[in-house]
Structures are given as structure tokens and as C-alpha cells.
Design a protein around this ligand. Structure first.
Ligand code: SAM
Length: 230
């Protein structure tokens, strides 16, 4: 069975969006994964299909109601659906390459996209939503964050990338950032390709790449050298 993604959003028209082109779009067309975007507003209340209300205790903004989101989740996802239920949220578990690999190895994901100030805490508890963050900044909604989670997962699915190796040598797969790449022309604006890469000496090329990887990681992300991947 292929990786299946169900998105709960107030803006289903945003999908597949950028996921419909290039690697993820080709994989979608080839049936290597599937995508369904459901409108939370279909479960909204009253004539205006209201989905949000003012925060209990006061304060700015609006909060997505637990009864509305609960009903939207129940209509989209069977109780015995084995897929993890994610909620995009700045306070969630940081998305890492290891986490993307973990998700990509499973049957798929259900992703709830927040808007406004977020969602009523009770629906997070009652529907077992796992909060996921794509970084330490605040977006206006969870849709683009959900696309990032999906893009990171889909490219790891079997058969999506041309060469399996291109997935395992990349940044974060080894706690190291990637070494620099070069291609033709050999000379450009007075800059040349490092001689070692044209030497044909594979051991020397590998050593150079490892050293460059370490140098760049030390300079830009020294935290990775001591971190546990996760
Ligand atoms: N009041 C929330 C807070 O301070 O944590 C921010 C809400 S934000 C304006 C609206 C929605 O965007 C969130 O419910 C979430 O779904 C999504 N979102 C914003 N930043 C995100 C991030 N860094 N990672 C994942 N989702 C994010």
C-alpha cells in the first residue's frame, strides 16, 4: 500500500500546490503516494459554518473549536486508521531528517493545519494529535508547514528518487552538512573546479568531500557534531 496523506485544512484549495510538481508531483501521478485535502469548514456550525470562537479567558485572536475539528477528524479518519495524526504547531516536535524518515517508513499521515491562534487544547488530547513544528518562527497557518513535512517524507519513499544514494549522502543523514558541488563548465568567471574532483582518484575525492563536509559543519552548525539525530 502506498503512503497516504489526509490533510484537514480551512484552505483545501492550497493542495497539492507545490507538491503537484517535480519529484513529489511525478510520484503523486505515479501512485507512489496519495493526497486528500478535506475542508474543516464542512463541519462548521450554523449558517456561516463557523469554525472558530474567542479564547476562553480573553486575549487576542480566535481559536478553532474542538467540536468542529473533532467532527472533521472523525469524518476523515476511521478509528482504527494506523496513520499518525499530526498537528502543525510551533510548539511541536521539531521536524528533522530522522523524523521524516520515521514518518516515511509508515503508512502515511493525517495532518491538521491550524489557523488563527491555534486549536482548542481538548481536541489535541482527545484525538491523540502529535504536534510537529517546522522551525522556531510563526507562520500564519499550518498548510505550508504540512507541505514541508510531506515533501520531506515523499522524496524518501521507495522509487521516488532516481538514485537511492542521492538520499543517503545528504545533509543531516550523517550529522554533517553536505560538501560543495560543482559541474560544467570547468572554468567560470575566473573560478575553477577543485583539481581533486577532476583527478579520477576516488579515494582522494572521498577524503576531500569528507573534510569539506566537516569544515562546513564546524563553521555553520557546530551543534550537529555533538547532537543525537532525532
Ligand atoms: N498562537 C500560536 C503560537 O503562538 O504558538 C501561533 C498560531 S499560528 C499564527 C497559526 C497556525 O500556523 C498554527 O496553529 C500552526 O498550525 C501553524 N504554524 C505556525 N508556525 C508554525 C511552525 N513553526 N511549525 C508548524 N506549524 C506552524
Amino acid at each position: 500500500m502506498s503512503f497516504s496523506a489526509t490533510i484537514l485544512t480551512l484552505y483545501p484549495e492550497m493542495f497539492p500546490g507545490p507538491l503537484g510538481v517535480s519529484l513529489s508531483g511525478d510520484a503523486l501521478a505515479r501512485g507512489l503516494w496519495s493526497l486528500e485535502a478535506r475542508n474543516i469548514r464542512d463541519h462548521g456550525l450554523g449558517r456561516h459554518r463557523a469554525v472558530d470562537d474567542t479564547p476562553a479567558g480573553g486575549g487576542p485572536g480566535m481559536v478553532i473549536r474542538c467540536d468542529v475539528l473533532g467532527a472533521a477528524i472523525d469524518a476523515a479518519v476511521a478509528q482504527n486508521d494506523p496513520r499518525p495524526r499530526l498537528l502543525m504547531s510551533p510548539r511541536g516536535r521539531p521536524l528533522t531528517q530522522a523524523y521524516a524518515r520515521e514518518l516515511a517508513a509508515g503508512p502515511g499521515v493525517v495532518i491538521v493545519c491550524g489557523r488563527f491562534e491555534g486549536v482548542d487544547e481538548r481536541v489535541i488530547e482527545a484525538r491523540g494529535l502529535q504536534e510537529v513544528s517546522i522551525g522556531d518562527y510563526v507562520l500564519s497557518g499550518g498548510e505550508m508547514a504540512a507541505m514541508i513535512v510531506l515533501d520531506a517524507c515523499v522524496r524518501l519513499l521507495p522509487g521516488v528518487m532516481g538514485k537511492e544514494a542521492s538520499g543517503t549522502e545528504e545533509s543531516f543523514e550523517t550529522n554533517r552538512l553536505e560538501y560543495p558541488h560543482y559541474t560544467r563548465p570547468r572554468e567560470w568567471e575566473g573560478r575553477s573546479i577543485p583539481d581533486v574532483l577532476l583527478s579520477g582518484n576516488h579515494a582522494a575525492i572521498e577524503r576531500w568531500r569528507r573534510e569539506e563536509s566537516e569544515r562546513i559543519t564546524r563553521e555553520r552548525r557546530p551543534d550537529l557534531l555533538t547532537s543525537e539525530r532525532g
